[in-house]
Write a protein that binds this ligand. Structure first.
Ligand code: HEC
Length: 118
């Protein structure tokens, strides 16, 4: 009998646990990567990376896409444009955003004010 025969399985068990924990920590990451858009500040951050390169100034100015601030479009129109996009012009976000997230974006757009103003 040596110590070696009893320690080897323990090392294997520890390594197995570490691997399982690593997998657990890693697995939910893609789901969490999709930002929670609870406040206009959350949306502002998301908008800057996802939409800002076409809707400049946080949506206040035009760019590749039109300015969104002060839009006369209905909520339904805006929700539909975000969900379905516009072929060749704007990507569709219906697969990556929930209706709650799209509602939060509409709320953000409706509350846009000229920068520095207000
Ligand atoms: C690749 C550039 C691009 C990106 C990225 C983009 N858009 Fe657009 N967006 C456009 C263009 C171009 C239009 C005009 C489409 C049309 O002809 O109706 C548009 C139109 C819109 C409209 C309708 C505005 C109006 O008055 O007709 C909304 C709302 C909108 N985008 C929101 C968003 C949001 C929110 C995001 C990010 C989740 C986003 N867009 C990302 C290019 C883009």
């Amino acid at each position: 009998m040596t110590l070696g025969t009893t320690t080897t399985p323990r090392i294997a068990a520890v390594a197995g646990t570490a691997l399982a924990l690593a997998l657990l920590a890693w697995a939910p990451a893609p789901a969490r990567a999709q930002a929670e858009l609870k406040t206009d500040q959350d949306v502002e951050r998301f908008f800057a990376t996802a939409c800002g390169w076409c809707h400049q100034g946080g949506g206040r100015e035009g760019g590749r896409g039109p300015a969104l601030m002060g839009s006369k479009r209905s909520d339904e129109y805006i929700a539909n444009r975000i969900a379905t996009g516009k072929p060749g012009k704007m990507p569709a976000y219906g697969q990556s955003l929930t209706t709650e997230q799209i509602d939060a974006i509409i709320h953000y757009i409706r509350n846009l004010k000229p920068e520095g103003g207000g």
